[in-house]
Design a protein. Structure first.
Length: 351
């Protein structure tokens, strides 16, 4: 029996974990054996990577999902089986070095491991053209692009209606969803929001939903907000339940992203699904993910970002056009289409 096994540093719920689970399901649907092997197992079914030799067969295909540096990558690199690298991106060291020096080793290790694995891989799969470019730079000879496998219907989850009632307000509500990390540049988001409050809507509110990836950076953001006298206008919500997240999207007037490094950016698709207009800085894979479904800015000058949000907020025709375009754009990320592309990629690797 054909076997396609998945290896990752940490297997847990989230964009990458969900992608791996969908890949495993796809493999099973194709009649292939497929298991997940990891160093850290958190809430999803899998095996310790050191148990793989008991399952190994000469014709196996091993899919390594890039992450922070891990013994799992070294283990895969030392195996004789064919290897595919599924690249979900690695945050460049420079973003974390000033804030969390302890993370530098893990990030640099992961980048070096990618460079070691890439030349050996029979195929490199990037979630985006941006990630595919990084695979080529790392030495992958054959590459392709397959978006993250995600069931868009999961965004139709139950909504916390009581919370939604509390979140609704008359002033403009900005929303950003994602872990608070230096590469996501929340400080630039806050700058643009401060301009918007001063120039367009003094009653506007910014909600930042997501847990911390750098406590030092989070503390500095709080100090920055206080220095701008925006403590009552910027809400650091933290991590929330799925039902609460749906409520935040439904209550928002615009989703704003000023991140400088994204390998894909799933929350953009989630915003489109909920009919929340998107204004984003065109960096990394963001232009590809946003497509024609939102406003992509080549500059994140605070005044320019604020003006774009004002246009969306003040012109119903613009807002409606963006919402409609976003929903059309979502079709290119349907699970059926991504499964078709992933099947073709894996068959190419197995040939």
């Amino acid at each position: 029996m054909t076997a396609v096994h998945h290896f990752v540093a940490t297997y847990e719920p989230g964009a990458v974990g969900g992608h791996i689970a969908e890949m495993q399901k796809l493999c099973h649907d194709l009649g292939w054996e497929s298991e997940v092997f990891t160093e850290h197992l958190r809430g999803l079914p899998g095996h310790d990577y050191r148990d793989y030799p008991r399952h190994a067969k000469p014709d196996d295909l091993l899919v390594y999902h890039t992450a922070i540096g891990s013994p799992v990558s070294d283990f895969v690199a030392g195996r004789p089986e064919r290897i595919v690298v599924d690249h979900h991106n690695l945050t460049p060291v420079g973003f974390f070095a000033p804030w969390e020096p302890w993370m530098v080793h893990g990030l640099a290790w992961g980048i070096n491991q990618l460079r070691e694995l890439a030349p050996r891989a029979v195929l490199g799969i990037g979630d985006s053209s941006f990630n595919e470019g990084e695979l080529r730079e790392a030495g992958c000879k054959r590459t392709t692009v397959v978006p993250i496998l995600i069931d868009l219907e999961q965004f139709d989850r139950e909504i916390d209606t009581a919370l939604l009632d509390r979140l609704r307000r008359t002033g403009t509500t900005w929303l950003f969803v994602g872990r608070i990390a230096p590469n996501k540049c929340h400080h630039d988001l806050i700058k643009a929001f401060a301009v918007y409050r001063r120039v367009y809507d003094g009653d506007a509110l910014l909600r930042i939903v997501g847990g911390s990836a750098s406590d030092t950076y989070v503390e500095t953001l709080h100090e920055f907000v206080s220095a701008l006298q925006l403590d009552d206008a910027v809400d650091f919500v933290g991590s929330v339940s799925d039902a609460a997240l749906s409520a935040h999207y439904a209550a928002a007037d615009v989703y704003v992203c000023t991140s400088e490094h994204e390998g894909f950016c799933v929350p953009v698709l989630e915003a489109m699904h909920h009919g929340t207009p998107v204004v984003a800085f065109a960096a990394g894979a963001v232009p590809e993910t946003v497509g024609r479904g939102g406003i992509c800015l080549t500059s994140k000058d605070p005044g320019r970002v604020a003006a774009a949000v004002h246009r969306v907020r003040s012109d119903p025709a613009t807002r409606d056009a963006l919402v409609a375009a976003g929903r059309r754009h979502l079709a290119s990320f349907s699970l059926a289409e991504s499964r078709r592309r992933m099947t073709a990629a894996l068959e190419q690797a197995l040939a």
